[in-house]
Design a protein around this ligand. Structure first.
Ligand code: PEP
Ligand code: MG
Length: 324
């Protein structure tokens, strides 16, 4: 099995009817970058920069951040890396950052909320990213966006850092793409609003499912109680891809896309950019090659509408069997 995947790992994943599906990998350490070529990923769809913030005893300096990002970009050798700015708070706590004690940290002061209140934090990180890019293209993704106003605020900080870079005579990125993570229902419901401030959107299905089901991803009692491969959640995801249409580029970086049946469902509702754990890249590319997307989309459409009461996962298992 593995050998067959490996033989074709460097080829793009194209469905039988000619649709290219980009299969990227999620990463968070410089070390992870070795895997990029090894598994044949089409880039890094999510680089969780907060890992550097979480492992240390103090806030990493701009120089330390710059070194990390430069190493990542060097290792990528031109492949696109989506740098998600530090998503701190809730399940990603930094011991040295003394935030408020909150009863519900998952819905509290975290992600972009922290970054726009502590502007220095985001500006330092943007500065490090711009310096590390040293004129190369740069892709930045903002975490836990709730409203388009927050994106507008983030853009003010981005513009200030670009202006500063020009002023000190350093190179600005040849191309700068800024994306918003869609991992809160309010953002998912406002694709058009977000699209005004984002070059692309990336679905963070881990948090989005948590908020969709009101089920704490950190709680053993409820985190896996509700199947994300369900009609309600998958049709919610479909609305996002339908709204995005040609308006804004869209990807999915939640870990659920490593589940083959979920990946099949996502492709079947129109997602064509999935970012998954490195270990899932090769099998996912191979699966893409085995499907006819038009046929899959028609069948998904029917499965989402049917009212047989049979769980979607069970129906997807049958669908996968039919497709071979
Ligand atoms: C997500 O929420 O789906 C996501 C990709 O981000 P993280 O898992 O780091 O919160
Ligand atoms: Mg998240």
């Amino acid at each position: 099995q593995l050998a067959r995947y490996q033989l074709r790992k460097d080829e793009p994943a194209v469905t039988k009817d000619g649709v290219r599906v980009r299969v990227e990998m999620n990463a968070g350490l410089v070390m992870d970058m070795e895997l990029l070529r090894e598994v044949g990923a089409d880039g890094v769809g999510l680089f969780r920069t907060e890992l550097q913030f979480l492992v240390g005893k103090t806030l990493p300096s701009v120089t330390e951040q710059t070194e990390t990002y430069a190493s990542v970009m060097d290792a990528a050798q031109g492949a696109r890396v989506v740098f998600r700015t530090a998503d701190i708070g809730s399940d990603k706590r930094a011991g040295y950052m003394h935030g408020p004690v909150e009863a519900n940290p998952a819905m509290g002061w975290r992600g972009l909320r922290v970054a726009t209140d502590r502007e220095g934090l985001l500006r330092m990180q943007l500065r490090a990213l711009i310096t590390a890019a040293n004129g190369r293209p740069l892709t930045v993704l903002l975490p836990l966006v709730t409203t388009s106003e927050e994106m507008a605020h983030a853009w003010e900080l981005i513009d200030k850092e670009i202006a500063r870079t020009k002023k000190v005579g350093e190179p600005i990125p040849e191309k700068l793409e800024v994306g918003a993570m869609v991992e809160i229902p309010s953002a998912a419901w406002d694709v058009r609003g977000l699209a005004k401030y984002a070059d692309f959107l990336s679905i963070g299905g881990n948090d989005l499912a948590q908020f969709f089901y009101a089920a704490d991803r950190e709680s053993d009692l409820v985190s896996s109680r509700y199947d994300y491969l369900s009609r309600p959640f998958v049709s919610f995801l479909k609305r996002i891809v339908d709204e995005a249409g040609d308006l804004v580029a869209l990807g999915y970086c939640g870990e659920q896309a490593a589940d083959p049946l979920m990946a099949l469902a996502l492709i079947g509702i129109g997602y064509d950019r999935l970012s998954v754990a490195a270990s899932a890249v090769m099998p996912l590319k191979q699966m893409v090659r085995s499907i006819d997307r038009a046929q899959l989309m028609a069948r998904m459409d029917r499965l989402l509408k049917e009212e047989t009461g049979i769980p979607l996962r069970q129906r997807m298992t049958q669908l996968a069997d039919d497709l071979g």
